[in-house]
Design a protein around this ligand. Structure first.
Ligand code: NAG
Length: 230
């Protein structure tokens, strides 16, 4: 688990997993292809706002800092590698990388989601505006348009055969995810995160909804009221 925001774990892992892959330049790119399609969907992740939110909490909030330390512990790092090394996950990465190259892009399209955190508060009020891990979770849920992104993924899958195959493969990872969650190591991590105040069930539900592993919309989420503070 390389990312500070658990809902982005899978996407970030896709990005870091194959970031060494080089892109093949292609003369002409059709107006609508897999790479451009994926890129336009990823643009809906409010990366800058998430970066500011994470920065504000990382610099000023002790509860959030403890969660980030847990995510960065050697045990959790190893667990992240274990997830990346699941055969089904590797196959998806490989297939996605190939398709992106064929479309004139590369797996680096996911690098745009990486967070770059600076060490000083951007705004002085940040020191007072943080509100524990639950405050972070609430603000993140206001910022991140999970339902809109799910809709875009599904509509792209209907419009393009390659995107359809990509989405089918993402949805098919559900048993891999569940097998992974059931391991004592993953259960241990979930328990440690819970003890630190993380709403693990809500992150799990968000991830499942985002990646098509569940159709249950999230109770405390309504992106009609998408009013980020950053
Ligand atoms: C979600 O809904 C779609 C469309 O009705 C269906 O094909 C799919 O199997 C459902 N997924 C789950 C996890 O229930």
């Amino acid at each position: 688990m390389h990312c500070t925001t658990l809902v982005l774990i899978a996407i970030c892992c896709l990005g870091t997993g194959l970031s060494a892959t080089t892109s093949v330049p292609v003369g002409t790119i059709p107006a609508s292809n897999f790479y451009l399609n994926l890129k336009s969907i990823l643009r809906n992740v409010p990366q800058k706002q998430i970066e500011h939110l994470v920065q504000a909490y990382l610099l000023n909030d002790a509860e959030f800092q403890a969660v980030v330390r847990e995510i960065n512990s050697l045990t959790t790092y190893r667990l992240g590698l274990q997830l990346l090394n699941q055969p089904e996950f590797r196959q998806l990465l490989q297939w996605t990388s190939q398709q992106l190259i064929l479309a004139g892009g590369s797996i680096k399209v996911f690098e745009e989601l990486e967070l770059e955190i600076k060490v000083l508060n951007k705004h002085p009020h940040w020191a007072q505006s943080v509100n524990g891990i639950n405050g972070f979770e609430q603000e993140f849920s206001y910022l991140y348009p999970v339902a809109a992104i799910r809709k875009l993924l599904e509509s792209s899958a209907q419009q393009s055969p390659v995107f359809g195959e990509f989405w089918r493969r993402v949805v098919a990872l559900k048993p891999t995810y569940e097998r992974f969650l059931a391991t004592p190591q993953a259960t241990g991590l979930a328990n440690r995160l819970r003890a630190l105040g993380v709403d693990v069930n809500n992150w799990d539900a968000t991830l499942r909804y985002q990646l098509g592993w569940s159709n249950e919309t999230l109770p405390n989420y309504d992106y009609e009221y998408n009013y980020g503070f950053y």
